[in-house]
Ligand binder design. Structure first.
Ligand code: PAF
Length: 285
């Protein structure tokens, strides 16, 4: 495995490679969720590239950019064990040599909703760095976790709307035994907060169970809210919504997505699950 820190090194490595190239973009602090992304990418790629970059553009002024965990040595070990070929770990000056970019990707209406509603400018920052990294790495495949479902949806949308020559692949969320979705931010949680944090997945599971019983959208949301209040009374709910799989407002039947965001202490966590509302047809077992 090679680790490079500059665009020049990346370009040289890129120009000497052959076969199918996959990229997994990360901000480091790699965990088992990232390892699942690496395994999925490894299966389909001849060359697997990982990027590690804590992107300042996607953090608001009062967010956790400064305290975001930076664990490069441990991350490189995870990459080595997963059979990664090339790691690109640039500095901010290398990524943004002229300072903050004036031109950024506009995520459109969807970028202002949900995560974008609570974190203004977040998806401008995410899509701008994703597009830059796609241009630098030039992969055939790019793997993103379903844990950040709105990010995955917007990256797919950007690839489609801007004709990017890349296949965007989503990988299911990896969870702790009690259901908590793995996230680099889980390491901020105290023991008590860690217990509260399981309220997010408990809410989603209650919604999924209500849908399986045949409840309609409002029944699903009511069940999810009840479970959240019972499991995570100390958490502050940001949103708990039911959308269609493309994040358009609530479906009345068929496939949908249930998404939640909440503050547990000073830590903001998000999670989501696929859901299927009864549509008159028997539900799959
Ligand atoms: O999901 C993340 O870790 C980041 O948003 C990403 C895609 C690496 C862009 O900085």
């Amino acid at each position: 495995m090679r680790t490079v820190h500059t665009r020049a090194e990346l370009t040289a490595a890129r120009d000497s490679r052959t076969g199918t190239v996959a990229v997994v973009m990360t901000m480091g602090a790699l965990h088992e969720g990232h390892a699942a992304l690496l395994r999925a990418a490894r299966e389909r790629a001849d060359q697997l590239v990982v990027t590690i970059f804590v992107n300042p553009l996607q953090f608001g002024p009062n967010e956790d950019f400064d305290r975001y965990p930076r664990t490069l040595d441990a991350d490189l070990e995870v990459c080595r064990a997963a059979g990664v070929d090339l790691v690109f770990a640039p500095s901010a000056a290398e990524m943004y040599p002229a300072g903050q970019p004036m031109v950024r990707v506009d995520p459109g209406r969807l970028g202002a909703d949900l995560e974008g509603g609570s974190r203004p400018g977040f998806f401008h920052g995410v899509l701008t760095v994703v597009l830059k990294l796609l241009n630098l790495v030039r992969p055939d495949l790019a793997f993103f976790g379903e844990k950040d479902y709105q990010q995955l949806t917007l990256v797919r949308r950007m690839a489609r709307d801007l004709d990017l020559p890349v296949e965007v692949v989503g990988v299911p969320t990896v969870r702790e035994p009690d259901g908590l979705a793995l996230s680099s931010r889980n390491r901020y949680l105290s023991e008590a907060e860690r217990r509260t944090a399981s309220g997010l997945s408990a809410a989603l599971l209650a919604g999924v169970a209500a849908a399986e019983r045949g409840d309609d959208g409002s029944g699903v949301l009511a069940a999810a809210h009840r479970a959240f209040a019972a499991t995570a009374p100390d958490a502050r709910l940001d949103y708990l919504v039911l959308t269609d799989p493309d994040l358009e407002p609530g479906p009345t039947s068929g496939p949908g997505r249930l998404l939640v965001a909440a503050w547990v202490g000073r830590t903001r966590l998000i999670d989501n699950m696929p859901i299927r509302l009864a549509d008159g047809e028997p539900l799959a077992p």
